[in-house]
Design a protein around this ligand. Structure first.
Ligand code: SF4
Length: 340
């Protein structure tokens, strides 16, 4: 959810652009002043002082970024981040909710700084699982949540995930090139089989990328040299085809099969998760947070969720029932279990 002005953000690339411009201006101005020292241009001297001050301020911010190992900083709210969703960039925080299918209540919420949702699937579903005290849980998310490691983390906790698999091969297919999906993995023989029925066999040591281990499978260069599909299959300089397979790729393979068998799950997801956001934004008019800082943001969003759930409970149970329940609780005459 965005709440800040984007131009109050400084990112590493903007820093370096500013530094280059400032450096150029300072050196040119200094040369001009040195050449014309007897007849100093007061405006130029003032401009020089302002640019020097701004440069010093930016350098201090840049040092802060370097110390924190981050790539962007907001001068309004240093916890906020630039977030990109569906091609649109907003400045603010990434809010997460998990909604239960039975009562449509928000059972878990969080506010995070990540620019996308790729690391949020397992934390949110595990939180929901713990709150619902459910041993087995089905969790639905949009394609922004697709991440093999997160799907595996969910499965390890008995959470079955339904998240659309992003189509990364579309451009390749449009160009008439062979896509990864056209190479079938043979579990028994531990190899890939290409559209020409040739095997890509395991080669070398696993590769490490982004904290994951990938196993390499390669075709025979001599066979590929004679192949009629060579131009569609290999890049210009490659002599053979190489496929990298994540060591837990079977999790993704099962996930793809599950998604193909359950095409209606995504319609269910949209109805569940978009309704609370739509209600908060358009009915309650909450488009922006008022607080600054991750902790306060979290508190503010928690209150929004409480308000949403409260209205939802009234809609489910009715005002009279809820009022009676509250009165009874206050008198300590009724235990929760009687109303469960
Ligand atoms: S180029 Fe090699 S890997 Fe590609 S389709 Fe032909 S034989 Fe198979």
């Amino acid at each position: 959810m965005g709440s800040l002005r984007k131009n109050k953000f400084l990112v590493v690339s903007i820093f370096s652009d500013f530094q280059k411009t400032a450096h150029l201006f300072l050196s040119r101005t200094q040369v001009k002043l040195d050449q014309d020292s007897l007849n100093e241009d007061k405006n130029l001297v003032e401009k020089l002082a302002i640019i020097k001050q701004k440069k010093a301020e930016k350098e201090a911010l840049q040092q802060q970024l370097k110390d924190r190992g981050e790539k962007q900083i907001s001068t309004v709210d240093e916890d906020a981040r630039l977030l990109t969703k569906r091609g649109e960039t907003v400045a603010g925080y990434n809010v997460q909710i998990a909604v239960d299918n039975k009562h449509r209540l928000i059972v878990a919420e969080d506010v995070v700084q990540d620019g996308n949702d790729m690391q949020q699937l397992a934390p949110m579903l595990e939180k929901a699982q713990s709150i619902l005290q459910s041993e087995n849980l089905d969790g639905l998310g949009d394609s922004g949540y697709f991440n093999g490691s997160q799907i595996k983390a969910c499965e390890d906790q008995n959470i079955t995930v339904y998240v659309p698999v992003p189509d990364k091969s579309r451009r390749m297919a449009e160009k008439g090139r062979l896509t990864r999906e056209q190479f079938e993995y043979d579990t028994e023989q531990d190899c890939y089989v290409c559209p020409q029925d040739e095997k890509l066999t395991r080669r070398g040591k696993p590769l490490q990328k982004g904290g994951k281990n990938y196993i390499r499978y390669k075709s025979d260069a001599a066979v590929c040299a004679e192949c009629p599909l060579q131009k569609k299959c290999l890049s210009e300089k490659a002599k053979s085809k190489q496929i990298e397979r994540w060591e837990h790729e079977e999790v993704v393979d099962h996930h793809k099969q599950r998604m193909a068998k359950n095409p209606n799950k995504m319609r269910q997801r949209a109805a569940l998760a978009e309704h609370p956001f739509g209600t908060l934004k358009h009915r309650a008019g909450i488009n922006h947070f008022l607080m600054r800082g991750l902790e306060k943001y979290g508190g503010e969003f928690g209150l929004m969720v409480l308000g949403y759930n409260f209205v939802r409970v009234i809609n489910l149970l009715g005002v009279d029932f809820l009022r009676d329940y509250c009165v009874q609780r206050q008198k300590n005459k009724l235990k929760n279990s009687q109303y469960a």
